[in-house]
Design a protein around this ligand. Structure first.
Ligand code: G3P
Ligand code: CA
Length: 242
């Protein structure tokens, strides 16, 4: 049955990429999380979507120009009165020891290549022995291949926002076990073709009821949504059908 992944955590209700959003997704019984990582000036892996901190925090400027200690002083929760810092990847992996969630770590290394990011992320995943519960994705497919070369035991999945011809052939050519396409680029036939060829499909970002139902109906591997509560409710209704 289609797995439900919470995009940047339960970001429909909580501040994206915060521990509050991840904990809420777990409480909602999501199967997995999606989160984004960048590197600080002093090489810490931190969980934040944009290269700049401006949109989601109380600060301004590039993540790469902050040390970890400086970055942690910013408030990453503009959505509520609760003040909370940008999480480190370590903090999330540590917390994952207390649950069974799968975690899709998106390496945000398209704009800035972040030298050594793949090695750092993989080392942390190995430190916490979470290789079986992690999926590494990126729009930078060179980075995806590098991840596979460093850690063939961890699943990789290229992200794309264009309609690729037979994406399972491409995925197999870079040794990826999954693809994470933009929802609008993927037809039922493409999803079916990929799954039949052993490639997992997890489209993003699936928020509308009819899109959620459509993916459940064709038993897509997973869907990545801002609203895991809604998706789970639709999935439960779907499972109860005669
Ligand atoms: O991983 C799926 C999705 O998160 C990719 O796009 O911009 O939301 O990180 P974006
Ligand atoms: Ca993302």
């Amino acid at each position: 049955m289609t797995q439900i992944f919470a995009h940047r955590g339960y970001s429909a209700l909580f501040a994206e990429n915060t521990m509050s959003a991840f904990i809420a997704a777990e409480k909602a019984n999501a199967d997995g999380l999606e989160l984004d990582v960048q590197l600080t000036k002093d090489g810490e892996v931190v969980v934040i979507h944009d290269e700049k901190v401006d949109r989601t925090t109380s600060g301004s400027g590039f993540v790469k120009d902050y040390t970890f200690n400086e970055l942690r002083k910013l408030n990453a929760n503009k959505k509520s009165a609760k003040i909370e810092p940008i999480p480190s990847l370590i903090q999330v992996l540590e917390w994952m020891q207390s649950n069974q969630l799968v975690c899709n770590i998106e390496l945000k290394n398209n704009l800035f290549p972040y030298e050594g990011m793949e090695e750092k992320v993989i080392q942390l995943v190995r430190n916490y022995n979470l290789m079986d519960r992690i999926i590494l994705s990126s729009f930078n497919h060179y980075s995806i291949v590098l991840c596979y070369r460093i850690a063939p035991e961890i699943e990789t999945a290229p992200l794309f926002n264009e309609r690729i011809y037979m994406p399972w052939v491409y995925a197999q050519s870079i040794r990826a076990k999954g693809i994470h396409p933009k929802l609008a680029t993927i037809t039922d036939d493409i999803i079916d073709g990929a799954i039949k060829n052993g490639i997992a499909v997890r489209p993003y970002t699936v928020n509308k009821d009819n899109d959620i139902s459509r993916l459940l109906k064709i038993n897509c591997t997973a869907l990545i949504t801002d609203d895991p509560v809604k998706a789970i409710k639709i999935k439960q209704q779907f499972e109860k059908r005669p």
